[in-house]
Design a protein. Structure first.
Length: 488
């Protein structure tokens, strides 16, 4: 029972006790008059004289009774709301019932247990009927002078209030919803589940507009307080180009978008730019059994008949296999610790033997790693553009800016090539070719062997071009590939 309900009950009991006390006093007087009349009749005295005395006594008694009745009829109580008088009532119970009805009306209107912010107090007084405040007037006066709070349940994490919902059931549902992804469909036997932070659910009284829904509060706790920005994928964009736009890394984008395949981004895909961090850490311990590959060792032999960048496998390594039983500690589904209980070797690994060359590498030989051919601003990516396939990437730069060979190799074309304008093509001898188009000047000719970083041409605006830039293409075994995945 709340303090407010207890106050109402006590005041009702006081009123009944007062009414009973007045009734007893009246009954006592009536009994005394009857006793006196009986005694007089039994006495041998002048009855007329005695009757006169008796009538006087009765008149006095009736006068007293009339006075008492009048006192009862005019008895009243001045009603105050937080110390300020707002009306007069005959009984305290009338005002308390009005207050209770207001509270019930509010609770029904807002579908929540409402608590009024002020209390009534009473002072005994007397008043005529026309001085007593009508119930409807008193009700309106109370409603216009009070505010209310709603009872709810607040979730606090490490002493900080996160939000309040209507019921304890809602609050527990939120916590269960956060735990649920990490306690269902587990790999093995779930041995323990706990929240690492200090979590508290407590009954509270709050303004109505601070109540939140279980869905919204669950999302707030899951996402944390960080703002999540998004990027809509456009034609030719990849994680690499998006990372450059927002000064982040491809690894960060992959971590923030576990549901996206970096190799298969579609136009219109929504890419998150910030990794959400839950306010709660659900720690689980699972007992799991699995088969694990055992890595083999690599043994290296040297050969002076091969270049330093060449190697070949003489004996191919083979992974071993072990059966593992362990206890895995996970925080929000991520493995943070593992205790191996038992490990049984099923198959031993076979060491790999690799032969590596020691001969010096010619400067014109391909290293297998492409460098960025020029400095400038990335303007267009690989993919569909303006209704046709764009088979390279564009780097805008001033006319005359040097273009360098992305890797060592042999020039297989140098000259005018239709819509490409002046172009250089290099065969790197390892299945890869690179093309450098729209040049203003060609430095090398067909058949020239070039080294990585050698000046081969200048940026221009020749062929079909909308401005000075380098159009770079990469071919792998004769097929165009996205240069953004190969050039560093």
């Amino acid at each position: 029972m709340s303090d407010h309900d207890s106050s109402i009950l006590i005041l009702k009991l006081k009123q009944k006790i007062k009414d009973l006390h007045n009734k007893i006093k009246f009954l006592k007087l009536e009994k005394k008059v009857n006793d006196l009349y009986t005694r007089i009749k039994s006495m041998d005295i002048d009855f007329k004289k005695v009757l006169a005395v008796f009538m006087i006594v009765v008149m006095i008694g009736l006068s007293y009774t009339a006075y008492k009745v009048n006192e009862i009829n005019t008895r009243a109580f001045a009603v105050s709301l937080d110390g300020e008088q707002i009306g007069i009532v005959r009984t305290e119970e009338e005002a308390l019932n009005i207050m209770e009805n207001i509270k019930n009306d509010l609770s029904a209107t807002y579908s929540a247990d409402c608590v009024l912010d002020k209390e009534l107090s009473f002072e005994p007084t007397h008043a005529k009927d026309d001085e007593v405040t009508k119930n409807e007037v008193l009700k309106n006066t109370i409603k216009s002078n009070i505010d209310f709070l709603v009872a709810g349940y607040t979730i606090s994490i490490d002493g900080k209030s996160i939000g309040t919902v209507k019921s304890e059931t809602d609050a527990k549902f939120i916590i269960d919803s956060i735990k649920e992804p990490y306690t269902t469909n587990v790999e093995g036997e779930l041995k323990e589940v706990k929240i690492l932070e200090h979590l508290e659910i407590k009954k509270d009284e709050v303004p109505l507009n601070t109540l939140t829904t279980p869905t919204d509060l669950t999302e707030l706790i899951k996402v944390g307080t960080e703002e999540i920005k998004t990027h809509i994928v456009e034609v030719g964009e990849s994680f690499w180009t998006i990372a450059m736009m927002y000064d982040t890394t491809v690894d960060d984008l992959i971590e923030a978008n576990p549901d996206k395949n970096p190799e298969k981004l579609q136009i219109g895909d929504e890419v998150k730019l910030v990794v959400p961090s839950s306010m709660l850490t659900v720690a689980t311990i699972e007992k799991v059994e699995y088969t694990k590959d055992t890595e083999y060792e690599t043994i290296v032999e040297e050969s002076d008949s091969m270049y330093k960048n060449q190697q070949k496998v003489k004996v191919e390594g083979q992974k071993g296999e072990s059966h593992i039983v362990s206890n895995q500690v996970k925080h929000n589904g991520i493995l943070v610790e593992e205790e191996i209980i038992n490990e049984e070797v099923i198959k031993k690994p076979v060491d790999e033997l690799v032969v590596k060359g020691t001969k010096e590498i010619p400067k014109t030989m391909a290293t297998g790693i492409f460098m960025m051919p020029t400095r400038g601003r990335f303007t267009s990516g690989y993919g569909s553009r303006w209704g046709r396939m764009h088979r390279g990437i564009d780097i805008a730069a001033s006319t005359g800016t040097p273009i360098y060979a992305a890797d060592g190799g042999t020039v297989t074309f140098s000259g005018w090539q239709g819509t490409y304008g002046y172009m250089v093509e290099i065969d790197h001898g390892n299945g890869y070719k690179t093309r450098y188009a729209h040049c203003s000047k060609l430095i090398v000719s067909k058949g020239t062997k070039v080294y990585k970083g050698q000046h081969i041409a200048n940026v221009g605006n020749t062929g079909r071009s909308t401005g000075p830039h380098l159009h770079l293409e990469v071919l792998k075994n004769g097929v165009h590939v996205n240069p953004s995945k190969y050039v560093n």
